[in-house]
Write a protein that binds this ligand. Structure first.
Ligand code: BT5
Length: 254
């Protein structure tokens, strides 16, 4: 992986055959030493991979890619976790397009990578606070991808998909994702990737239903703003969603 990286000196890479969760390992790692440059943690499988709100992320070996990037936050840099999740989606799409140029990759706000309405990947951004200053000191961005066609467990059969029918070069792909990620991270607070992101959105311009803090909202997804929030035009006016998830998306006519 290191050999394939554009600027290998920019980060440290740790690889494991198995971890409970690469995001959780990143937290443990951070509690044991100072982290002043990005550290990438990869595992061939996760035994307790997770998404938001304690939901699990199915992470078997051989067929997927699971990694976390642990990032120190610079003292005067602004931290916008929602926007970083959005930018990470775009970085992953860019890396995947090099190997799978014809795949119709789409990003479903806020953290799903989808192909033909099936979820092929997810992103989980977690902010770590410094105990003394109570400011965010580090961010952990976890990326999980279903690379190869596989038999999913019953609860995922109708919603999950994979990116390829044949095995992909996981090391090369990991290196490309890290390279694209670090490029994006250098300026993401400016939202410079948003014009490109909008073209890959599975939801913009469509009628959607979203669940946010236990409330159901329906309307037309209008835009992603520079905080990574989703703007939805509802009957009651424009609503800004900062968290939650889209539960239904109007599809193209058949
Ligand atoms: C996510 O959460 O989609 C973020 C997943 C992030 C996983 C990475 S892997 C590396 C790093 N280490 C971790 O422990 N996590 C990160 P969320 O939006 O909460 O979606 C979770 C839901 O997606 C589950 O409730 C299932 O419905 C579905 N799901 C679980 N595993 C899946 C899979 N492999 N493929 C597609 N859908 C899946």
């Amino acid at each position: 992986i290191q050999a394939n990286l554009a600027n290998s000196a920019d980060c440290e890479i740790l690889t494991f055959a198995s971890l409970n969760s690469t995001n959780d390992y990143a937290k443990q790692y951070l509690s044991q030493q100072p982290v002043t440059k990005p550290v990438v943690i990869l595992a061939d499988e996760q035994t307790a991979g997770h998404g938001r709100l304690g939901r699990s992320f199915y992470s078997p070996k051989t067929t997927g890619l699971y990694l976390s990037i642990l990032l120190p936050v610079t003292a005067n840099g602004s931290v916008i976790p929602g926007l970083l999740t959005t930018g990470t989606g775009m970085a992953v799409v860019k890396a995947l397009q090099k190997v799978l140029p014809d795949l119709p990759l789409r990003l479903k706000w806020i953290n799903d990578l989808v192909v033909h309405q099936r979820k092929c990947g997810g992103i989980l951004t977690e902010a770590i606070n410094d105990l003394e200053s109570n400011q965010i000191s580090h961010l952990i961005v976890g990326i999980g991808l279903n690379l190869v066609t596989q038999d999913f467990p019953a609860d995922l059969k109708d919603i999950a998909g994979a990116l390829s029918k044949t095995p992909l070069d996981r090391n090369k792909l990991a290196a490309d994702i890290i390279t694209e990620f670090l490029k994006m991270y250098a300026t993401y607070e400016t939202g410079d990737f948003l014009p490109e992101y909008r073209r890959y959105s599975a939801v913009l311009g469509r009628q959607i239903q979203a669940n946010t803090r236990g409330k159901i909202i329906t309307g037309v997804a209008q835009d992603i703003d520079t905080m990574g929030h989703l703007l939805v035009a509802t009957d009651q006016g424009l609503t800004t969603l900062s968290s939650g998830e889209i539960t239904k998306v109007q599809l193209d006519p058949a």
